[in-house]
Design a protein around this ligand. Structure first.
Ligand SMILES: Nc1nc2c(ncn2[C@@H]2O[C@H](COP(=O)(O)OP(=O)(O)O)[C@@H](O)[C@H]2O)c(=O)[nH]1
Ligand SMILES: *[C@@H]1O[C@H](CO)[C@@H](O)[C@H](O)[C@H]1NC(C)=O
Ligand SMILES: *[C@@H]1O[C@H](CO)[C@@H](O)[C@H](O)[C@H]1NC(C)=O
Ligand SMILES: [Mg+2]
Length: 394
């Protein structure tokens, strides 16, 4: 019996669709990270290029880095982590990665901070994860508590608006406190009084590449103030008045602007015009501060102290959801010499979902460009192209 023509056509269409379906499944994913997003800023994603250690003076592991008082080569620095007791497993994972790739050679101390006392289990297990010294510090109440000038009613009203704008963690007061502490208080903790450089580490982050030089010495010997791995756009509705408040502050203190600042980077309106508009003049591009290697002398300067106090009084840590990342980034971009800000392209890093992934054989488990389509979309949140455009890759 002959099959009616429309039925044959339908059958053929079904077969074709099946083939197309199979093709979409088995076709090779994009094998390299797309560099399209870098067009008009830099030629292509620099992480596609083979890369190694930075230029300049590098100090290697030696006897002087043995644990304890034998470590005479170590400088005035610590790894630090603000962490909750419940995040012990995640903290151990981060420690294992950083110890394996770097710190077992240099034995810098770990300093842990918490707003409640650390449990014995937390201390025992983290102590066992390193040969280096470990310190456990309670945050003073006056550094953590909501400041007296914040109105509880106004905070509650503000949370509603933030939630309408889908700002994550808006109703978690502890998140606001955490952002404020990381912005302007951590370096005032008495345990850090005699410490200058810090490497901030969060639970559940990954380090992939072997680093064979003392990164703190790198900062000191090469006059670097701040090192980052990843930059991202922020949610503009979490910081609508951060830039306007900053503008007021600059108007009061024009002398604080550094002549070699990164204002053009902070105020870029070309790449993400809507972000700039909603954040009232700030691109929202920021150093992703769950990774930072920094010189606390900058945060302790009169300039930063005045800036932080201005912001703190304005109330945006609570009435909006100002993050420590945009606050640190704006301060560095305005008040520091931009040549003192360093992209650690050689430190393979991930805080899910974003990567800094160098193309180097020292890196295990992170392969440049190993992005699925979904991650390629996330990757658009990456604003490093703008940093390279306005500042460079130093
Ligand atoms: N001790 C303590 N640590 C906190 C608190 N809130 C956040 N943290 C830490 O601050 C960092 C950032 O918090 P997280 O919840 O990971 O925020 P996200 O990375 O922005 O999603 C992590 O290291 C947390 O362990 C808190 O209330 N107490
Ligand atoms: C370490 O640095 C801090 C902050 O810059 C400073 O106060 C302290 O004197 C330094 N300590 C040593 C031993 O150099
Ligand atoms: C760092 O700064 C000091 C003091 O300003 C200067 O003497 C030195 O040459 C600088 N080093 C580098 C590597 O730029
Ligand atoms: Mg986190």
């Amino acid at each position: 019996m002959a099959i009616a023509r429309p039925v044959r056509a339908l059958g053929l269409a079904a077969i074709l669709m099946w083939c197309f379906f199979l093709y979409t499944i088995v076709r090779p994913g994009p094998s390299i990270k797309t560099s399209a997003d870098f067009k008009g800023t830099v030629e292509r994603d620099p992480q596609l290029d083979p890369s190694g250690e930075p230029g300049g003076i590098l100090v290697r592991a030696s006897d002087g880095y043995a644990p304890g008082i034998a470590g005479t080569e170590r400088i005035n620095a610590t790894i630090l982590a603000l962490v909750r007791n419940e995040e012990l497993e995640g903290m151990l994972q981060s420690m294992q990665d950083l110890e394996r790739t770097w710190n077992h050679k240099f034995n810098y101390p770990w300093t842990f901070f918490n707003d409640v006392p650390f449990s014995e289990e937390f201390k025992r297990k983290t102590r066992a994860a390193t040969k280096a010294e470990t310190r456990y510090e309670l945050i003073p109440k006056e550094h953590w508590d909501t400041p007296s000038w914040i109105s509880d009613d106004l905070y509650k009203e503000s949370v509603k608006i933030l939630e309408e704008n889908e700002i994550q963690y808006a109703d978690k007061i502890s998140y606001h406190k955490m952002c404020r502490w990381n912005s302007g208080l951590f370096y005032k903790h008495p345990a850090l009084e005699h410490v200058r450089y810090y490497w901030r580490v969060e639970p559940n982050v990954h380090f992939f590449c072997d680093i064979d030089y003392d990164v703190f010495r790198y900062m000191q010997d090469n006059n670097k103030t701040y090192g980052f791995t990843i930059t991202l756009y922020d949610a503009p509705k979490s910081i609508p008045t951060l830039w306007p408040e900053t503008a007021k502050f600059i108007a009061q203190h024009p002398e604080y602007l550094h002549p070699n600042n990164a204002m053009a980077w902070l105020t870029d309106a070309q790449r993400r015009p809507v972000h700039n508009e909603q954040a009232n003049g700030y691109s929202t591009c920021h150093f992703w501060s769950n990774f930072e290697i920094g010189d606390m002398d900058f945060w302790r300067s009169q300039t930063y102290e005045d800036y932080f106090n201005h912001l703190d009084r304005a109330g945006g840590f609570f009435y909006e959801r100002w993050g420590d990342a945009p606050v640190h980034s704006i301060a560095l971009g305005l008040f520091e010499d931009r040549s003192k800000i360093h992209w650690f392209r050689d430190i393979g890093y991930q805080h899910i979902p974003f990567f800094n992934c160098p193309n180097s054989d020292k890196c295990k488990g992170c392969i440049t460009g190993r992005f699925t389509d979904g991650e390629a979309w996330l990757n658009k949140e990456d604003c490093r192209p703008n940093w390279f455009k306005y500042v460079g890759m130093g």
